[in-house]
Design a binder for this molecule. Sequence first.
Ligand code: NDP
Length: 274
Amino acid sequence: MTIPTLPLNNGTSIPQLGFGVFRVDPAETERIVSDALEVGYRHIDTAAIYGNEEGVGRAIAASGIPRDELWITTKLWNGDQTDASAAIDRSLTKLGLDAVDLYLIHWPVPSQDTYVQAWTSLVEIANSGRAKAIGVSNFLVPHLQRIIDETGVTPAVNQIELHVDFQQTELRAFHAEHGIATEDWYPLGGGTLNDSAELTAIAEAHGVTPAQAILRWHLQLGDIVIPKSNHRERMAENIDVFGFELTDAELTTIAGLDQGDSGRRGGHPLQVGA
Ligand code: NDP
């Protein structure tokens, strides 16, 4: 299984499909990530706040997979925005790594107004070699514009909530204009999107599951996508999405499922951490 990569604005290339570990029990993480690596995932998305970086690190070490064949992302938690350098050192110790491939500011938390300071620290962290690429998560256009204006450094990635009923067209357009890769969290809508009649029909036309059709849509948008599953058979299902292609008509049908802002299921970037 070869997963395509996407070039980022700092010259690195990220595997377009990865494995997310939000809400993966720390006690189960080593086994679950080991399963994901065996199934063929080479990109793992964790965060300090998930509490499972140690399990991810143990799975990486046990896998024997060369470090340069893996892509590891972790994230700076909100309370650590004024001391990102110490926070990434803690994450690296837990992961058992010298560097991550991508370090993200998890939420902007505009009410605490420290995200520009945090972004300046991430630039220094990248210069020190502790993160190969740096980016943000859950940033809205004004937050992106401000860090670009104040530091002159454009994030490589903005990891945002994005699924078929919340397609984020305005934010994606800003990303495209500025060379920021869009990384989609909650890509399967937490597994709740599979019942849609349109998606079921599209999946049947290709002999795949609705989850596979949805993940194929994320890939054909040109986004990075990081589905999560505790189950090995679903891990295998979710990575087996490179043998078919959605048609333009199917892409148009899925575009019609967008509910705009009312499709948001997770926290609002102006409210989380406030
Ligand atoms: P997903 O959209 O990936 O949904 C995961 C859920 O869908 C799980 O309940 C899983 O169940 C189920 N599922 C997985 N595969 C299938 C399938 N093939 N068929 C049916 N159901 C399926 O949501 P997440 O919230 O986990 O998002 C993915 C990743 O994004 C996270 O793990 C995390 O890394 C990242 N994320 C980032 C955020 C941020 O603020 N930056 C916020 C939220 C997520 P089961 O496990 O039982 O198989």
